[in-house]
Ligand binder design. Sequence first.
Ligand code: ATP
Ligand code: MG
Length: 427
Amino acid sequence: MSKQISAVRGMKDIFGDEARAFDFLVDTATDLLRRYGYQPIRLPVVEKTELFVRSIGEVTDIVEKEMYTFEDRNGDQLALRPEGTAGCVRAVVEHGLVGRGQMQKLYYVGPMFRRERPQKGRYRQFHQLGVEVFGVETADIDAELIALSARLWRALGLDGLTLEINTLGNLHARARYRQVLVDYFRANYDVLDEDSKRRLETNPLRILDSKNAQMRALIEAAPKLMDFLDEADREHFDAVLGYLDTLGIAYEINPNLVRGLDYYNRTVFEWTTTALGAQGTVCAGGRYDGLVAQIGGKPTPAVGFAMGIERLMALVLDQKLLPYRSQADVYLVAVGEAAQRPAFALAEQLREALPTLKVQLNTGGGSFKSQFKKADKSGAAYALILGEEEVARRQVGVKPLRGQGAQEQVSWDELAEHLQGLLCCYL
Ligand code: ATP
Ligand code: MG
């Protein structure tokens, strides 16, 4: 035997209940997104490195430490995408999907790559479902995005998520605030940890985001960006909160929520849980009104969010929300040579007549007993039994597998109608 090859560290196979939870999440979310008027977009996994440096920011964790970059054979500097917004903006600019008051509501699902230390809820390949709206400046769309996410948690049955929200104002307000913050942290230089000392020079707002408990008191007492906002930014934020109040969506204003990417302005928010340990953010987003122009498009306001599918998947499984779905409604048992081809035809006939019926045809042969065992394991409500005698009479045995009830013989022509009667509540 050859030596086994294992998956790359931090790159996770998803199978079994996790894979079913993945589909359940994506199906539920995409149904909802369509109801809110969103269109799908599919984007490449590889982009030019420069795209991420220019959008996410040079001195962010992602660009400094986490990106998978490589040189292509022709010398191009490329990267596996660490997030979806930059590529989405590149695409809408490249294809002229934004500008002139046009609105675009888009969503995408796919793998993202960050070279972080793998742990529960943190992987090097993970998946995001991202939602982006282009062309709307007003607070109503920020609030609608949040309402959409809140509705998704309800649709999934998820409990225990908290909405944290903040505003980052505009670039000028942030520049004024940045200076005050740097002065404050300089005055308390000895309390700063190594990471924060480094960030003081490069990205001081990120110090507010530190998870280091020893710095909590210092951060709590720091000057607040909220006090440096312009009138228009404050009104925008108040309007977002007003809409949330109207809808009865609870939130916590977290003045230290700054997000790890440079492109945000005004509204930022995160949905968090305490159920996943340190990896508690399951959905994060905000407004990025400057990014489209920064990527070479016409100035276009934009706002969006991304959900971490693996973290939501863990919550769905922990809270036992994955709906039970049997592999089959009916399982077709075919015993004897003469029954094989008619069984094939019958299975296809049923799939044609009843488009929502889950039909499993026994494949791989086997005795009556072993086929029946497989039928039982499939979770089907009924076994359909086809032996040589049934074939001669153009009939099939219909035997309930759950609960009581005798086997009935039904003619091939009437089978679909018969099953529809039996399974009316499933189909
Ligand atoms: P964190 O603070 O947990 O590192 P982040 O701010 O880097 O998150 P975003 O860039 O906002 O994360 O990505 C949006 C969402 O994607 C996160 O809220 C999280 O649910 C998920 N996510 C981010 N990085 C990872 C990862 N390495 N593994 C799994 N999920 C992730
Ligand atoms: Mg991160």
